[in-house]
Write a protein that binds this ligand. Structure first.
Ligand SMILES: [Zn+2]
Ligand SMILES: [Zn+2]
Length: 619
């Protein structure tokens, strides 16, 4: 949108949604200017270098070079200065200038000068004035007078380090973020949402519950701690059972392959920058001199596909065997920029719930239908709602366009059948380079959307690897391939589950399901007996035999969000019963130990979401 559209906004106003979007971005962007003007006034005009300040999802930010670090104590000072500036009701004016004029206007602002330098000689440069003492280099559009912003609500969110132009070789700047909304209520609602999201943050809950950790020697590569790995395995077992029932066969392949494999698969050409390459060193035995071989011959797998193909090629398959489904959940590695790593959500090492299916063209529809059924069952088991999106041919596609058209048409037919015509989104041009795909997105309980599963059709790799099957008439034909994952990766999926359940997991997947608390030392023997009974029933339990008082022990397990804490005293030991504390709240007394173990074992088989909490549940 241009400045002219803004002056002419009656038309825009009629479209409520567009109007809101437009003003949100204009307000936010204009507030970034006000932020910069305020910072200049607070820190001194001569000592402030301003870089850039775009609007973002929930507000805006501006990058500065300042004489000292901005701290939380500066926030109210800057915010008050911003309000003061708005009250001046200054006029905003735009001026079109030449490159030379722009250089003169920004002669004391080195970052602006650099931006101007990079513009073409004949560029149409616009500068925006807020009053007559603040000017910014900008494309606009902006408000016409500061008073338009008087009713908006804003608040400084944070300050963090950033690099000029995002390059760590450049100056380090300070980035001040603000939340900005059209009114106080919207800001308040957003702050409440942020607070809720922070309490659910898997990067907070994960270490608190001792589920996973990271070490700086392996950036973006999670370590699963004993408790976390128990949960990981419970989810893997659930996944395994389900897929075995649907005719999937699990395989285990090498992690490192010669680049020949990646050249054939096309990864070497299209994906190399995301792969960890393997170099090695020769050491001269006499001189001890090391020589690193720079001819890279091996790479760590970023995907499982080519190895699944190797397994397929191990024998000649008949049409009667198809579809053949090779699943693999072993480790893969992908390089990411260090700034993009984010807990379990953006990692460099992970495990996909991956599968590669080889089938005949006329089996596609039924097979994708079956995958959709698996996905539905999985997401429902975790209480997640989801929707499907179809992504079509991107610009850098491999293979023949008519193969793509056929593939896209069959995916559309399947989606129409499963969700009803038009009840799914189509992302034009967003497919993988080797085929169209269906993405499954879920919503968590606070309304955030996550990309989860993906089902990709592939006509290309079977061609690259010259795959065959013996058809009914005895001739050799080429199979089609499907790549699919429902969780996406175990790591990311578990991160999402941690946030969705806020660390209070359904019983069957809880890292530890039962905590055992003997009231006094003389109850330790019975506590050990209870532990053994539960372990025999396949329940994940921990006992606290420390010389601490009962309340502290219960509190500790409560903080770890164990579903059940069993409290054991004289009566329990004598009658072989347990007192059950449910999620640190409700308490049931005199439950038979045998019945409790039976009921808990049943929960491990039914995968139910709700935690039983009445006496009848344990009878
Ligand atoms: Zn601007
Ligand atoms: Zn694959």
């Amino acid at each position: 949108m241009s400045f002219a559209d803004y002056e002419n906004y009656e038309e825009l106003k009629a479209d409520k949604e567009a109007y809101r979007e437009y003003f949100l971005s204009v307000y936010r962007h204009s507030l970034a200017h006000v932020l910069a003007k305020a910072v200049m006034e607070v820190f001194g005009r001569e000592e402030t270098q301003i870089a850039i300040g775009p609007q973002i999802g929930d507000g805006a930010y501006y990058d500065f070079m300042l004489p000292r670090n901005v701290t939380a104590e500066d926030f109210p000072v800057i915010e008050n200065k911003m309000r003061e500036i708005l009250k001046r009701r200054e006029t905003w004016s735009v001026k079109e200038v030449s490159k030379d004029e722009a250089r003169e206007i920004f002669k004391d602002q080195k970052y602006k000068l650099e931006l101007i330098r990079d513009l073409p000689e004949d560029a149409r440069i616009t500068v925006y004035y807020t009053g007559d003492d603040y000017v910014d280099l900008c494309r606009g559009p902006h408000i016409l007078n500061s008073q338009e912003l008087m009713n908006t609500a804003f608040q400084i969110k944070s300050v963090s380090g950033s690099y000029w132009r995002g390059d760590e070789k450049n100056d380090q700047l300070q980035r001040i973020y603000i939340y900005a909304f059209p009114n106080k209520d919207e800001l308040k609602a957003h702050l409440a949402f942020i607070k809720e999201a922070m309490e659910r943050d898997h990067k907070k809950i994960g270490p608190e519950q001792e589920l996973f950790m990271f070490d700086e020697t392996a950036p973006g590569m999670p370590y699963w701690l004993p408790r976390g790995f128990k949960m990981y395995n419970a989810i893997l077992e659930f996944w395994r059972k389900l897929h075995e029932a649907h005719g999937y066969q699990e395989i285990l392949c090498p992690v490192i392959n010669h680049k020949r494999l990646w050249e054939t698969s096309g990864h070497w050409g299209h994906y190399k920058e995301n792969m960890f390459l393997v170099t090695n060193a020769d050491v001269d035995e006499e001189t001890g001199e090391e020589k690193i071989n720079t001819d890279i011959e091996y790479a760590i797998k970023p995907m499982n596909c080519p190895n699944a193909i190797n397994v397929y090629k191990n024998g000649l398959h008949s049409y009667k065997e198809l579809p053949i489904r090779y699943s693999e959940t072993q480790v893969i590695h992908r390089r990411e920029k260090s700034g993009e790593l984010n807990g379990l959500f953006r990692v460099q090492m992970f495990h996909q719930d991956d599968d590669h299916t080889f089938l005949m063209e006329d089996q596609i529809e039924e097979e994708i239908g079956d995958i959709m059924d698996i996905a539905k069952y999985i997401y429902e088991t975790f209480g997640l709602t989801y929707s499907a999106e179809l992504s079509t041919r991107p610009d850098d596609f491999m293979g023949a366009p008519e193969l793509w058209d056929a593939a896209e048409a069959s995916l559309k037919r399947i989606l129409d059948k499963k969700y009803g015509e038009g009840n799914y989104e189509i992302n034009e041009g967003d497919g993988a380079f080797y085929g169209p795909k269906i993405d499954l997105k879920m919503k968590d309980c606070i309304g955030r959307e996550w990309q989860m599963g993906t089902i990709q059709l592939d006509f290309q790799l079977p061609l690259n690897f010259d795959l065959k099957y013996v058809s009914q008439d005895g001739s050799l034909k080429r199979p089609v391939m499907i790549h699919r994952a429902i969780f996406g990766s175990f790591e990311r999926f578990i991160g999402i589950l941690i946030e969705n359940f806020k660390g209070s997991f359904p019983f069957w997947m809880s890292p530890v399901q039962v905590g055992i608390v003997p009231i006094r030392e003389q109850h330790n023997e019975y506590a050990k007996e209870v532990l053994e009974v539960l372990r025999d029933a396949g329940i994940r339990a921990e006992v606290n035999l420390a010389e601490d008082n009962m309340k502290n022990k219960i509190k500790h397990f409560k903080q770890l969000k164990f579903p059940y804490v069993l409290v054991l005293g004289d009566q329990e030991a004598e009658n072989k019963t347990v007192s059950v504390n449910i999620r640190g709240n409700k308490q049931l007394h005199g439950i038979s130990l045998a019945k409790f173990a039976e009921a808990a074992a049943r929960l491990n088989k039914t995968y139910q979401l709700e935690l039983p909490e009445t006496e009848e549940d344990f009878q």
